[in-house]
Design a protein around this ligand. Structure first.
Ligand code: FAD
Length: 339
């Protein structure tokens, strides 16, 4: 038997701090509670939405039905061989402390992903990435509750289909699976990834994983606004990918435009496009793009989601008018579509 909280205030559960109330809220600390919560909502024919740490969420003023938080905790090494270790993190484990824990155990490979907010369970959803590393580099499997059958499924990396800010959990498994744990293959050797130039520049030659971790924390702290003091959801738009023809055309017009390899065509820097379109540091109705990080939309006055989206629309429109490039919003809307 579970007892969800009625009329629950979600403002502290979304890092954009949009005023929002859930009809019901429940944090499930184990699998039985998770299944019971789904049954509870089904009996009442209520829609169900999932929330982790709320750092990549768009919360409307009223969220009908049950907002369910997979709050399962636990970190363990499942197995190890001469060079590697397989680590299991349960979905509710906060991400950054888990990165720090792995480093303290001598499990290497997550340092570049330090200080990303949120939970382990949400990390595969958009294949979190930063400083030349992404979750796909070490994710080998997830455990997920199939909401239709009630079974736990083990999905390997191929089934998760991790791509740039994308995964099967945003596509075909979107409304059917709740991630309950993730499995990561980490290294016992002190390997480091210095492929990201700004990170390499911030470090001495041959740094330790601890030095990489500290440099990432320092770089991120100096660049990104803390949602506790300035509400935001990190990058608000994905870096857009365009086809080769359009890229050639734009590049001849703007030779200084940053661009990167992509699975198809080229990837552009959304921050540069936003800045060129005149939106760096500009606001609309109290919501605006950050002065130091044009890709970060901030909501200092804790305005409602409609006001946030109106600003985002204006930014995307300005970029479209200038470059004919469409910006896609990265955070995900709570919409009660879990089945
Ligand atoms: C300051 C700041 C910096 C950031 N920097 C980065 C960065 O460098 N790189 C990056 O990739 N992201 C970044 N983000 C975005 C965010 O931290 C990540 O997307 C994170 O993984 C979201 O985790 P969460 O637990 O907060 O998920 P939430 O925001 O609560 O949820 C995100 C989505 O995942 C779904 N979800 C949550 N838990 C589960 C689950 N167990 N099973 C299935 N679905 C689930 C939700 O329904 C929602 O659709 C940043 C955000 C902020 C605020």
């Amino acid at each position: 038997m579970i007892t969800p909280v009625a009329n629950f205030d979600l403002q502290a559960h979304n890092s954009l701090a949009c005023p929002s109330r859930a009809e019901y809220f429940f944090a499930a600390s184990d699998l039985n509670a998770l299944r019971a919560a789904l049954a509870w909502a089904r009996q009442r024919q209520l829609p169900v939405s999932l929330v982790g740490g709320g750092s990549n969420l768009l919360c409307p003023a009223e969220v009908p039905g049950l907002v369910l938080q997979p709050a399962l905790l636990g970190r363990q090494a499942l197995s190890r061989d001469g060079t590697g270790v397989l680590v299991r993190l349960q979905a509710g484990e906060p991400w950054h402390p888990s990165v720090a824990w792995c480093l303290a155990q001598g499990y290497h490979g997550l340092e570049n992903l330090a200080l990303i907010p949120g939970t382990a369970g949400a990390a595969p959803i958009q294949n979190i990435g930063a400083y030349g590393c992404e979750l796909a580099d070490c994710l080998v499997a997830v455990e997920a509750l199939n909401c239709r059958t009630g079974d736990i499924e083990h999905l390997d990396a191929q089934a998760c289909q991790l791509g740039y800010r994308d995964s099967a959990f945003k596509q075909q498994l979107r409304d059917t699976h709740i991630i309950t744990a993730i499995h990561l293959q980490l290294q016992l050797r002190p390997v480091v990834n210095l492929s990201y130039p700004a990170l390499r520049d911030a470090l001495q030659a041959e740094p330790s994983p601890q030095a990489v971790f500290a440099a990432v924390v320092a770089l991120r702290s100096s660049k990104l606004p803390d949602p506790q003091t300035l509400p935001n959801a990190g990058s608000f738009f994905k870096n857009p990918c365009i086809d080769s023809d359009q890229f050639q055309q734009l590049h001849s017009q703007y030779p200084q435009m940053p661009h990167y390899p992509a699975a198809q065509g080229r990837k552009l820097a959304a921050a540069w496009l936003i800045e060129q379109a005149g939106w760096k540091g500009r606001k609309l109705d109290g919501v605006g793009m950050h002065l130091q990080q044009a890709l970060v939309l901030t909501n200092p006055e804790k305005r409602p989601l409609n006001t946030v989206l109106a600003c985002a629309d204006a930014v995307a429109e300005a970029v479209w008018e200038r470059f004919a490039v469409r910006l896609e919003i990265e955070p995900r809307r709570l919409c009660g579509s879990l089945r």
